[in-house]
Design a protein around this ligand. Structure first.
Ligand SMILES: Cc1cc2nc3c(=O)[nH]c(=O)nc-3n(C[C@H](O)[C@H](O)[C@H](O)COP(=O)(O)OP(=O)(O)OC[C@H]3O[C@@H](n4cnc5c(N)ncnc54)[C@H](O)[C@@H]3O)c2cc1C
Length: 671
């Protein structure tokens, strides 16, 4: 009879030592004289074969994986692409190194978690040691829930203890301490369908989070014997090997026919590595550089590392927790630690920047609670709202790859989808964002909203393809935040305005990229274009300029996927301002809605813009665009005498533009 009793801890998206409820408990047991039911700890991470392609781990000479390829359901994309496998591998390896420093370690496996556990339980029947319990933290996703149930089944079938722990990586914890601190309801059905209503239930946000728990200083030892990775896979021996194994299969299949190339001089907004240490370094940088205090004014930025926190990727994998972020902010606001003592706002209490960070972290909580409430509806085309009115254009994986002809419209949609994914739609802001995403794994929240609205509401293509593509590409992919936000922007989720909110990506480009810097960074073909309207819609370029710039015959210039109604009138004499807007009232209204959202509680934060963004104020092209409210259009038009039409068009071009605008408007009305 063996004397070692083993606790297997299956790590999932809780890749950290600090503020980790399970490690905290293990460390408490170790410190107390309590006679625990376990003497050894076996931390285990399984790369889940349904979400991460694991054929790169096959032993040499083996070609067949026992698992189906980890591809998305609708579009057949790899579920985890290059950027995220790297970040994930770094995070796993960082956790392994940190666990080793406190007397433990991390076993890395690939496969299906319940099968890995089953094999381990079986192996320990003949090895030295007895498994006494299996613990893991809870996740919200539908697949993850299935995994939990499957693990429970195999563990309990062997008469062992299974415990599912609440992960505490959110801003407000699940109910436990009572309604005054935690989520104020037990039944997820009580979650309001509007974010603002939920926010009001849990305010004041600064008081809401529980205290984080410290990292363990020492852990129980690893068992003397540990079963190896089951064949036909081999375990990687270094971080480099791990990354290589994860990336290997992704090289076999280029998702895009014409993948974007890295533009000269472009810098990634997300040049960071995975792991708990890197996550904490990032928070510290944000505090000391003053970026947390400035956040409210900068968060709608498009270029650079510090306009937003970039914390989402570490939060998604649980390398850091929301309440840790909150605590860094508290200490800064209270001046109770030296961190950030030179930064604006130090010691002066909550400021609008730090409050806005908390506010966004609550959005993340809300998205996860929506998943809890609606379950697998997260992935339904008609969304949480059961919205059935949209005639979506569907494209399946085979159509996407082979352009297999079902019907003309399917082929058209497949081509349009491909061009959209490749950043060749002809709408500057969308193309810049899609290229940036593919090349770096990141694109800003502002760009994401425009992209999602463009695919769903301008192109009317099945929004799930966009969500799946984001799942492949985003370094910060999170099931609830991604699918919930896609639903929101596609008009089928928890946006009270649903179909009514349509982002005009041209207007948004004028508002948030007034110099066209962002578009020109990622769409270098347009760097020499001077007319802002043509940067944002290259089809506006006159033929002679197309020729001069080598853009003649380029399909996204000649034949954009969408010609979106928008005009700019040049400044009238003495006014010094430009006016711009949509041509028809409906579009103007939509423009107003997507910008004025803080005034309207119903659309808080998704598009927060008021009072913000240096880059939006009075520089060059971006001035006096009416901020989408229609007012300055009237003003600009009145002064310049140009209301309702472009002042810089030749009569013939005006006529053409009129036709095109009408066509665009008509299409939108039909859609
Ligand atoms: C179509 C679409 C898809 C998205 N997919 C994801 C995703 O897969 N993973 C993800 O974490 N976020 C997603 N978001 C939300 C948001 O765009 C990102 O969290 C944010 O851009 C990440 O950059 P950041 O960390 O610098 O964010 P910041 O602006 O610095 O925000 C701070 C934190 O607040 C949270 N947050 C901010 N906005 C939101 C939001 N709208 N919903 C949920 N949480 C939010 C994030 O955790 C973020 O790290 C998506 C948004 C859209 C419109």
């Amino acid at each position: 009879m063996t004397s070692s009793r083993i606790l297997i801890y299956v790590l999932r998206r809780d890749l950290r030592l600090a503020d980790n409820p399970i490690l905290h408990e293990v460390s408490r047991v170790l410190r107390s004289s309590q006679n625990a039911s376990f003497t050894h700890l076996l931390p285990l991470y399984v790369f889940p074969a349904q979400q991460v392609e694991v054929s790169g781990f096959l032993s040499p000479g083996t070609t067949d994986s026992p698992y189906a390829e980890a591809r998305s359901k609708v579009g057949g994309f790899w579920r985890t692409g290059h950027h995220r496998v790297k970040f994930l591998a770094e995070s796993v390896w960082d956790t392994k190194s940190s666990l080793e420093k406190v007397g433990s370690g991390l076993e890395i496996r690939v496969g299906v978690t319940s099968e890995v556990i089953k094999d381990m339980l079986e192996a320990y029947k003949t090895l030295d040691g007895e498994v006494s319990a299996v613990w893991m933290t809870e996740e919200e996703g539908w697949e993850e829930k299935q995994d939990e149930e499957n693990v429970r089944t195999v563990v309990e079938a062997e008469g062992k203890e299974f415990q599912l722990w609440k992960d505490e990586k959110y801003f407000i914890d699940d109910i436990d301490l009572g309604p005054s601190r935690d989520i104020p309801f037990q039944d997820p059905k009580e979650l309001p369908d509007v974010f603002t209503s939920y926010r009001k239930m849990v305010e004041p946000l600064r008081e809401a989070p529980r205290k984080s728990v410290p990292p363990p200083s020492q852990l129980l030892p690893l068992p003397d014997s540990i079963p190896p990775q089951s064949s036909p896979f081999v375990q990687p021996s270094s971080l480099e090997n791990l990354i290589a194994a994860l990336e290997k299969p992704l090289h076999n299949d280029d998702e895009l026919e014409h993948p974007p190339k890295w533009p000269n001089g472009a810098n990634s907004a997300f040049p960071f590595s995975g792991g708990e240490k890197a996550g904490h370094e990032r928070i510290k940088h944000l505090v000391t550089s003053g970026s947390m205090s400035a956040y409210k004014d900068t968060r709608n930025g498009l270029l650079g590392e510090d306009f937003s926190t970039k914390l989402a990727a570490w939060l998604a994998l649980g390398c850091i927790t929301a309440r840790q972020v909150h605590e860094y902010l508290l200490e800064f606001e209270d001046g109770s630690s030296a961190l950030g003592s030179d930064a604006i706002g130090y010691g002066n209490g909550e400021n609008k920047g730090t409050a806005a960070v908390r506010f966004e972290l609550l959005w993340r909580d809300y998205m996860r609670l929506c998943t809890r409430k609606f379950g697998a509806r997260l992935f339904h085309i008609d969304g949480f709202r059961h919205g059935k009115s949209v005639p979506w254009k569907y494209v399946d994986g085979a159509e996407r790859k082979n352009k297999r002809r079902h019907s003309n419209s399917a082929v058209d949609a497949a081509e349009a989808l491909q061009r959209f994914l490749e950043g060749r739609s002809g709408t500057g802001l969308i193309d810049a964002s899609m290229r940036e995403l593919y090349l770096t794994g990141y694109t800003s929240n502002r760009a994401r909203q425009n992209v999602a609205s463009f695919l769903a509401k301008h192109l009317r293509i099945d929004w799930r393809l966009g969500a799946e593509w984001y799942e492949t590409q985003l370094v910060d992919y999170d099931v609830s935040s991604n699918w919930g936000n896609w639903q929101y922007n596609a008009g089928v989720g928890n946006d009270p305005r649903g179909e009514g909110r349509v982002f005009n990506p041209i207007k948004q480009a004028f508002d948030y990229d007034p110099q066209g810097e962002y578009v020109k960074t990622w769409v270098p073909e347009l760097r020499d274009v001077e007319d802002p309207l043509a940067v944002f819609q290259a089809w506006r370029l006159p033929v002679d300029q197309r020729k001069a710039l080598g853009l003649e015959g380029v399909e996204w210039v000649e034949n954009p996927l969408k010609r979106i109604d928008f005009y700019v009138s040049k400044p009238s004499k003495g006014s010094g301002t430009f006016a711009s807007g949509n041509r028809n009232r409906q579009q103007e209204g939509q423009g107003r809605n997507d910008l004025n959202d803080e005034a309207n509680a119903a659309e808080e934060a998704q598009g927060t813009s008021r009072g913000s963004s240096n880059h939006r104020r009075g520089r060059g092209w971006g001035r006096a665009r009416g901020r989408g409210r229609g007012r300055s259009r009237g003003r600009g038009g009145g002064r310049g005498g140009s209301k309702g039409h472009t002042t810089d068009e030749t009569p013939r071009r005006k006529q053409n533009m009129g036709r095109m605008d009408n066509a665009a408007t008509l299409e939108e009305a039909i859609a």
